[in-house]
Design a protein around this ligand. Structure first.
Ligand code: NDP
Length: 450
């Protein structure tokens, strides 16, 4: 029956391979839950979960600085709002398509359920590429995108945030146009600037949360992050704040990357080097290669499409924090990590490991924290931003950070408890899927066939 669902999903939309992958992983985990609760099968819960509540697809026309017109595609996938308004980021990247956004929205449903906060799941974005565009081009694009999206979002309906290619700058432009069109100032977007409704610690939250989760995982084996050598991929929002928090825990980070290549710095990326990266990526919008120009001891390796693996994952290290994008760790990368003696893989990115890589991690009994649980800190603090907006108050940095820590602790505990209850102790993948699933499904059962 479970395979049946996956087959139906594949037959309906044969090109959405990332979505098939995400559904396949959840379906594999929740068999025992369905066996214990036959009413879920009768209510066709799985069939309902894999079909988005709705998908909005629209044209985004915009004009570049030379007066040339471009047309991109905009999307919003509203996946499930059984436990709260749709919530999930917007991604601007040329690779964006419906299958990728459906996978992200599907994952988001379970992730948001784990956070303990009342948020449903959604995701959106565009195949627009912000790289190399001027601020005014990005602004015009964001304005055009919002001219259509504003009809479908609202603080009690659907609350988008950032993701790849959407940071503070884009959220500002999007919010400006939403406000103009609706004449309302409300909490419709999270990741806003602090000066006009944002939350302290939101930019840091995904990276910090991932490191808190890693530290919880290590604690189950009476270990800490102190002096651990860590591989981090990406150099955007999640990667930067993962490095920052790892430094607080006295770990040594030796890699960072972007889509062109990666740097290896054996001495470790310290606070001064991290400040350089933040300027390089967030202000100059430069490439990671420039790190090796600035710090000649570091080695830059460009991406080699002919290689069957990513050499970043072939350095000897204790911990790995994939924080760039989906499927960035292939089977060979996973094998390299395990063979080099990695103790823990903690996913800052969404679904960064291919299914065979996940099997390898689980089979080798390393600590493996799937993105759904490990990177939930970002959406958690987005949830806290929504609360602060509704209450018209701002919590201090310490208050938000403390809540983030508590939420990551609770997610970690919930995963372990669910895994143990279903006979797979220590399996965070099963634990996250089962716990996330049960809460959403109970709400769906209570709310009837809608
Ligand atoms: P950013 O846009 O800030 O950074 C993304 C980084 O990953 C950049 O260094 C980018 O390099 C690299 N990257 C993107 N696509 C690819 C690719 N196809 N191949 C290689 N490298 C790539 O995004 P975030 O840091 O916000 O997001 C990173 C990951 O974390 C994503 O999987 C996202 O879904 C996930 N995530 C983010 C959250 C958040 O709060 N921001 C919350 C939870 C999960 P380049 O500059 O060359 O494109």
């Amino acid at each position: 029956m479970m395979e049946g669902i996956l087959k139906v999903v594949k037959d309906k939309d044969p090109n959405e391979k990332e979505f098939h992958q995400a559904v396949g992983e959840v379906v594999e985990s929740i068999g025992p839950v369905l066996d214990r609760n036959p009413e879920y099968r009768k209510s066709k819960i799985l069939e309902r979960l894999v079909e988005p509540d709705r998908v909005i697809l629209f044209r985004v026309p915009w004009m570049d600085d030379r007066g040339e017109i471009h047309v991109n595609r905009g999307f919003r996938v509203q996946m499930n709002n059984a436990i709260g308004p749709y919530k999930g980021g917007l991604r601007f990247h040329p690779s964006v398509n419906l299958g990728i956004l459906k996978f992200l929205a599907f994952e988001q449903v379970f992730k948001n359920s784990l956070t303990t906060l009342p948020m449903g799941g959604g995701k959106g974005g565009s195949d627009f590429d912000p790289k190399g565009k001027s601020d005014s081009e990005v602004m015009r694009f964001c304005q055009s995108f919002m001219c259509e999206l504003f009809r479908y979002i609202g603080p009690d309906m659907d609350v988008p945030a950032g993701d790849i290619g959407v940071g503070a700058r884009e959220i500002g432009y999007l919010f400006g146009m939403y406000k103009k069109l609706t004449n309302e100032f409300n909490g419709v977007l999270t990741g806003k600037n602090l000066k006009w409704g944002g939350s302290l610690v939101r930019p840091e939250a995904t990276g910090y949360g991932s490191v808190y989760f890693a530290s919880e995982m290590l604690a189950t084996r009476n270990k800490t992050l102190d002096s651990k050598i860590c591989l981090v991929s990406g150099s955007g929002n999640v990667a930067q704040f993962t490095v920052e928090k790892l430094l607080d825990f006295n770990a040594r980070v030796v890699t960072l990357s972007d889509s062109s290549g990666y740097i290896f710095d054996e001495e470790g990326i310290d606070r001064e080097k991290l400040a350089f990266i933040k300027r390089l990526k967030n202000v100059k919008r430069g490439r990671i290669k420039e790190y090796a120009d600035q710090y000649p001891n570091a080695i830059y390796t460009p991406v080699d499409p002919a290689l069957d693996h990513n050499p970043l994952w072939n350095h000897k290290a204790d911990c790995a924090f994939p924080s760039a994008t989906q499927n960035e760790i292939n089977e060979k990368d996973a094998r390299n990590l395990v063979q080099n003696g990695v103790e823990m893989v903690c996913e800052g990115a969404n679904m960064p490991t291919v299914p065979k890589g996940v099997d390898l991690f689980l089979g080798s009994h390393i600590l493996y924290g799937p993105g759904k649980a490990a990177n939930a800190g970002g959406v958690s603090v987005s949830g806290l931003e929504m609360t602060q907006n509704s209450m018209r108050i701002s919590w201090t940095r310490e208050e938000v950070d403390q809540r983030l820590k508590m939420i990551m602790h609770s997610i970690h505990r919930t995963c372990l408890d669910a895994a143990a209850a279903y006979g797979v102790p220590g399996n965070y993948v099963r634990g996250a899927n089962i716990a996330g699933f049960v809460k959403v499904v109970e709400a769906m059962m209570d709310q009837g066939l809608v």
